[in-house]
Structure formats: structure tokens, C-alpha cells
Design a protein around this ligand. Structure first.
Ligand code: FES
Length: 107
């Protein structure tokens, strides 16, 4: 299990335990974290799983997947250098303690 910390737009923090091999979007939904919708189920056909990787974790999480840039263009909130589709961030032990910031809205 790997710990993921979600930080809501208002600063509220929610720490969850997630299965390695799963993705950050599914970890949020499984733990009722508000701020991630994941409308397409993780097939990169929406942008309702938009999140911001904390600056301290950006290198470790790595670059966007192919096609992620295009889909992020439909994100409702501002896209930043650390913006990612959370369904494309695979959870692994080396991400233990990963901090994910949530946008103000997904719709
Ligand atoms: S859940 Fe739709 S792109 Fe991530």
C-alpha cells in the first residue's frame, strides 16, 4: 500500500492508502475524495480527473502520457506545468507520501 495525500482547493487534506498498480483517480474515488470525478473511467476521454502534482513530487511522477496534453485542454480549471490526468498516474511504492492538489472544480 502506498499513501497518497489529496489537498482540496480549500486546503483540506485527505490521506488515503492505495494499491500499487492502481491509479490516483481510482484511489480518490475509492476513498470518497471530493474533487475528482473520473467520468470516463480512466480511458483518457475526459478531463474530470485533472489534478496538480505537488512541486516536490513532479520529477518522481514523471512526464505526461501521450495524448494527455490534448485532453488537458478540456480541463475546466487552469492547466499548469504540474497538471496531470490523475488516471494516468500509476501508483507505486516509490510514490509513498505523494501529494496531489485538487482543482477548484472539474465541471
Ligand atoms: S478519468 Fe477521464 S481522463 Fe482520467
Amino acid at each position: 500500500m502506498t499513501r497518497i495525500v489529496f489537498v482540496a482547493h480549500d486546503g483540506a487534506r485527505t490521506e488515503v492508502e492505495a494499491d500499487d498498480g492502481d491509479n490516483v483517480m481510482r484511489a480518490a474515488l475509492a476513498n470518497d475524495v471530493d474533487g475528482i470525478i473520473g467520468e470516463c473511467g480512466g480511458s483518457m476521454m475526459c478531463a474530470t480527473c485533472h489534478c496538480y502534482v505537488d512541486d516536490a513530487w513532479a520529477d518522481k511522477v514523471g512526464p505526461r502520457a501521450d495524448g494527455e496534453d490534448d485532453m488537458l485542454e478540456s480541463a475546466v480549471c487552469e492547466v499548469r506545468p504540474t497538471s496531470r490526468l490523475s488516471c494516468q498516474i500509476r501508483i507505486a511504492a516509490d510514490l509513498d507520501g505523494l501529494v496531489i492538489h485538487l482543482p477548484e472544480s472539474q465541471t
